[in-house]
Structures are given as structure tokens and as C-alpha cells.
Write a protein of this length. Structure first.
Length: 196
């Protein structure tokens, strides 16, 4: 098993490019959401209504995504650690931005705290499933082990399922001919009958 020498030092992240990428993705999702709002609206609206009437959706989702990505990367760079606290700070910032729509201080704190808690819990538990990969194990070797763990020998499959129905073992045709001869007294030809 090949182990790579792990470097425990922190590697800085580019906060600006991360934020721009996240802003683009979440802004695109906001655009799709705004377009959906236009299509389900009861009154006829022009295509520009996506931006003019429901542009707040685009702005809010884009701003939340960009803020979250920037604050998370900047916090990790400042602390020189990559842990759930960075996610909590970033989640609070993004949630507080959502709370600004309500224009009350309790909403800013509430949305920020709720988003920070949810995002930090998600990051801490690695997706709410508690599944943690062994960082020292090579990914290729891990997948090979998984493949071999679920492979069963053919003999075991034949013993469990039996032969027939498309499942055949070695010398199946000979055993089939013998069973037919014993049960019905019919000789089965060894070669297939030619089509006429």
C-alpha cells in the first residue's frame, strides 16, 4: 500500500476567485428561480420581468453564495485552519444577508444563526451521514477492495440460485442431457438441429 507523505501545513485559498465562481453559480440558480417565478405568475409578463420584477431573487441568491464562499475562504486563510468554524462564520454571514430582506435586527441574527448552525453541522458531520473516508488510504486501492468485497465465486452463485434461466456453469449441456435422458428417456443430440 502506497502512503503519500501528508503535509499538515495549511495551504491558502484564493478567496476572490472562489467567491466569483460561487456568485456565478448561485446567481445562475437565482436566475432560473426568477424565470420560474415569471412563468408561474398569473399575469402575462415580458421576458425582462425576470430581471426587473424578480431580480431580487437573483441578487439575493448570488450575494449569499458569493458571501459564503468569500468569508469561508478568507476565514480559513486568516485562521490558517480548515475546519467547521470557518463554515459557521460564512454561514452566519450568508444568513445575515438573507435576514437583511426583513429589515429587522432580530431577523438578521436569527437567519444568520440558523444558517450558521445548519452549515456548520453539515460540514462537521461531512454531509449529515457521518461517513468519513480514511485520508491515508489510496482511493484506487479503496475502490478495488470494495469491488472485491462484493464479488462472489461462480460456484457459490450456482449453488444458491441453481442452473437454468440463463445461469449456466461449466459442462451444463452434458448434465442437462443426462437429466432429460433419466427423466424422460429421450436422447438429446449433442449438436444443434440444422434449420431447414
Amino acid at each position: 500500500m502506497a502512503h503519500h507523505a501528508e503535509d499538515d501545513s495549511y495551504h491558502p485559498k484564493d478567496a476572490i476567485s472562489t467567491a466569483i465562481r460561487a456568485l456565478t453559480i448561485t446567481g445562475g440558480i437565482g436566475f432560473i428561480g426568477a424565470a420560474a417565478q415569471v412563468t408561474i405568475h398569473k399575469q402575462n409578463m415580458s421576458p425582462l420581468a425576470v430581471v426587473t420584477r424578480f431580480g431580487g431573487t437573483i441578487t439575493m441568491l448570488g450575494g449569499m453564495g458569493g458571501t459564503y464562499a468569500f468569508v469561508r475562504a478568507a476565514s480559513a486563510n486568516l485562521r490558517e485552519k480548515d475546519d467547521p468554524w470557518n463554515t459557521a462564520v460564512a454561514g452566519f454571514s450568508a444568513g445575515a444577508l438573507l435576514g437583511l430582506r426583513a429589515r429587522t435586527f432580530p431577523a438578521v441574527l436569527g437567519y444568520g444563526a440558523a444558517t450558521a448552525t445548519a452549515m456548520a453541522a453539515f460540514d462537521y458531520t461531512e454531509g449529515f451521514f457521518g461517513y468519513s473516508k480514511n485520508k491515508e488510504e489510496d482511493e484506487f486501492e479503496r475502490r478495488q477492495k470494495l469491488r472485491k468485497a462484493y464479488q462472489t465465486p461462480a460456484e457459490q452463485t450456482f449453488a444458491e440460485l441453481g442452473e437454468g434461466r440463463g445461469i449456466t456453469g461449466p459442462n451444463y449441456e452434458e448434465r442437462r442431457r443426462e437429466r432429460i435422458k433419466e427423466a424422460y428417456g429421450i436422447e438429446v443430440p449433442t449438436s444443434p438441429v440444422p434449420a431447414s
